[in-house]
Design a protein around this ligand. Sequence first.
Ligand code: TNX
Length: 529
Amino acid sequence: MKRLFVTMAIVIASVFATTTLSARELNVVPQPAYIDLEAEGEYVVTEKTRIIVVDEMWNPAQQFAQDMMPFFGSEKPMRTTKHGNKGIKVRTDRFVPEEGYEMTVSEEGVLIIGGTEKGVYYGLQTLRQIIVTNEGRVPYGYISDEPSFAYRGAHLDVSRHFFSVEDVKRYIDILAAHKLNRLHWHLTDDQGWRIEIKAYPELTELGSMRKETLIGHGLEPKWWDGEPYGGYYTQEEIRDVVAYAADRYITIIPEIEMPGHSQAALHALPWLGCQEQIVDVWTMWGVTPEVLCAGKETTYAFLEAVLKEVMELFPSELIHIGGDECPKDRWKECPHCQAMMQAQGLENEEQLQGYLVARIEKYLLENGRRMIGWDEILDGGVTDTATVMSWRGINAGIYAAERGNDVVMTPMTLCYLNFYQTESREGEGLQIGGHIPFEKIYAWDPYEGMSEDAKKHIIGVQCNMWSEYLKNMKWVELMLLPRLGAFSEVQWAVDRRDETTIRRKMESMRRFYEAYGWHCAPYYFDGRK
Ligand code: TNX
C-alpha cells in the first residue's frame, strides 16, 4: 500500500512538473484578451490568503471562497475582509468594461478590478483556474479581459429527462466556470411539463408523468421500458435555482413551448387542443401532430396565465416561447382555427402561427419583457422586437440579423451537444445521432456569411443539451465537457482562437474538471474525433 502511495506521489509530481508554467504560458479557457507575464516570480495563494473586499464586492468574493474549498480540501471558506494589504484584493472601476476585468499579480498579491461585480467574478474565475491547475502559484503579471459576446448561453432540456435541483445547480456551476451568463431552461415539451403553475395544477399533477420511456432509437414496441417516469420543480425550487444562478451572474431564460411540443399540456388539459380528445403524455421522440389550438380564446387566456406566473418567477427580460416544429394538420381541420384565420384575415396556417406568436409577444411587451423563440417564429412573419434563435442552420440567423432582429446563433450542426463527439461513436453510449467533435466547435466562425450590419445583431452563441438519450447528470456532463471549453472560446474569445495552444490549455482544463469531480469525455484528449 505504502509503495502505491509513493508511486502515485511520483506520478502526480511529474504531472505537475511537466505542467509548470513557463514565463509566457498561461493556460486559461476561455482565452483572456491580453496577457503580460514579463515579470519574474509568482504569488502563492493558500487557504490562509485573505480576500480583501473593496466597493462591497462581497458576493463574487464569497463565491470564489466557496469554490476554492474543494481545492484546498478545507472545512471553511477563505476569509473575506474589508481590511488588509496582502492577499487577493477585489474592487470595481467604471473605466473597465461591464463584464471585463484587469488582474495584476505582484509580491503584494492579486488585484482584480472589474467593470462591475460581474467583471470581478470573471476575474476570479480566471484566478481560480490558475490556482487549481498550478498548485496555487500565480505568476506575476497583468491580464486584461472582456467577452466577445454579451449573450453566452447553454440550454438544458429537462422535459425528455428530468434533472434534480442539485443536478441543475451542478450544471450552473460548470457554466459559470466557463464564464457563460445565460441558462436557457427548456421546461416544457411533449414528454413532460416540469414547472408548477398554480393556476393549472393539472399541468404537473398529470402532465409531468409519462407511462414509459423509449430505450433505443425505437421503432418496435418492445423498445419501451414500461417504467412510469416523471418529475417537476415546485415554484419554491424554481426560485431557489434562479437565485443560485443569479449569484453566479447567470440569467435563466425559461422556455414554455407553444404552440407545438405541447402534448404534455394537452394531456393535462384536453380543452387546449383542437379536437379536445384525450392524449397521453408522449412516449416517442420527434414531432407530434397534437398541438395547442390557435383558434380558441381559451388557449390565449391559458398561455397568458402561465406566462404571468413564469414572469413572477424569472426576472429575465427575455422569455422563450419555443415556436419550433408545429405541424398544422389539426389546425387545417379545426373550425376554431379556420374561423380565427377568417376573422384576422390570415391566408394560411403559417400566418395563424405568426398571429399566435405576435399576440404572445405583445403580452410579454406589455409586461416589460421581450420574446425570444426558435427560428420558426420567422415563418409566420416576425416583429422587429423579437430575438431569434437560429437552430435549423445559419441562414435563418443571417436573414433575421439582416432585417434587424437580435439573433442568438445555435445551428444544429455545431451547437447540439446531444450529438456524438467521435466518428466511430465507440464508448459514447446510445445518443440521438450527429457528429460534433471539439475541433469543429473551436474552429467555428459564428459570423460566417454576414454583412457588417448583420454582425451587430448577433448578440451571442448558445449550445443546446437535448436530453432524449441523457438519462442522468453524468451523461449530461460527459456530453458537455470538454466541448463547453470550445464553446466558451467562441463565446468569450471569438477573435483570440489559436490552434497551437488550445490542446495544452484543454489538458490543463481537464485537470480543473477533475478537481471538481465533473465528468469529462476522453475522446478529444485521446486524439479521437
Ligand atoms: C430538435 S432544436 C428540436 C428538439 C429535439 C432536438 C434533438 C429544436 C428547436 N427542436 O425538440 O430535442 O432536435 O436533437
